[in-house]
Design a protein around this ligand. Structure first.
Ligand SMILES: [Zn+2]
Length: 312
């Protein structure tokens, strides 16, 4: 499924890659799974799902994430923090071959106050969850419900930091009760669970019933839950890890935690690193009252150019 052309030539080029990838996947006779792992090549080539490059992964087993307060109090900050935890727990509760996932995922007690994604190699950081009312002013893909930036080593694929941005402009953000949303509502758990998959290193699945499928409708809640394909993708990355033993300090981001914006981060992550990809983005009328079919999210992977001796 191809997206509508976008205005910039670079975006069009990325989307062309995306369409070509879809054809390859459809024709592959022995493709036993549909999940996709983000790779270092994907970050540079703009492919929707790359078959080369180093897959991205967190080497650390204890990972924290931090909520940046919204401007609105509805839902409440307490409810927001709770739904973020539930969304991440959907992934951390996965069992691989009967064993608990060897990742510890935990929200920091302190909030982040930085609404700009970034990673500082030389200082403290936060894996921030950011709600944006000025989505379009930031020139983010207008039909996307979210965009997760995954900062990684371009040689090894090790993830250092991830920042999740959530779009406040496509509909009213809510936590729909009983998985039933009012018209025009965006279910936060639906979006954050999907974005958490990117946070952990997954790209988009080709299965329409997967959490990591790249599109969603307003009011959708089905991506609160994982399909077997999502679990297989997660276990492909982390299934061999032993039990995570996480002390309080073990969750600290690289360089420690800061609630402020990273001091030495590039002012513009995307332009500074030049890499990234956008999943298929476009409008499609489905004949229903809610005719807007939007790209759920794109993950933008950003390579950190430095050599590291550490391997997984
Ligand atoms: Zn996505």
């Amino acid at each position: 499924m191809c997206a509508e052309p976008r205005s910039s030539s670079s975006a069009s080029r990325l989307l062309a890659f995306s369409c070509a990838c879809a054809i390859v996947l459809a024709c592959a006779p022995t493709h036993a799974f549909a999940y996709c792992r983000l790779t270092t090549t994907m970050a540079l080539a703009g492919l929707d799902c790359a078959n080369d490059g180093m897959p991205l992964y967190w080497a650390r087993q204890c990972i924290s994430y931090s909520v940046v307060p919204r401007q609105s109090d509805t839902p409440s900050l307490v409810a927001i923090r709770d739904v973020v935890d539930r969304s991440f727990a959907t992934w951390s509760d996965v069992q691989c071959n009967g064993h608990a996932l060897g990742l510890g995922l935990s929200q920091t007690s302190e909030l982040s106050q930085c609404d700009t994604p970034g990673y500082d190699e030389k200082g403290p950081n936060a894996n921030s969850i950011i709600f944006l009312t000025d989505w379009r002013a930031r020139d983010l893909p207008r039909e996307a419900f979210g965009l997760t930036l995954v900062w990684h080593d371009e040689k090894t694929g090790e993830i250092f930091d991830a920042d999740m941005q959530l779009n406040e402009t496509l509909g009213m953000l809510d936590i729909c009760k009983n998985a039933s949303c009012a018209d025009g509502t965006v279910d936060l758990q639906n979006i954050i669970t999907h974005e958490a998959g990117h946070f952990l290193g997954l790209g988009h699945s080709s299965l329409t019933n997967a959490c990591m499928y790249g599109k969603a409708k307003l009011g959708e809640t089905s991506k609160r839950f994982l399909a077997r394909d999502d679990e297989d993708g997660l276990c492909a990355i982390y299934g061999d890890l032993g039990t995570a033993s996480c002390s309080a300090d073990g969750y600290l981001p690289n360089g420690g935690f800061t609630s402020a914006c990273p001091t030495n981060a590039p002012a513009s992550a995307a332009s500074s690193h030049g890499g990234g990809w956008l999943c298929s983005v476009g409008h499609a009328a489905d004949g229903g009252a809610l005719a807007t079919l939007s790209a759920l999210a794109a993950a933008l992977t950003l390579a950190i150019r430095r050599r590291r001796s550490r391997t997984r």
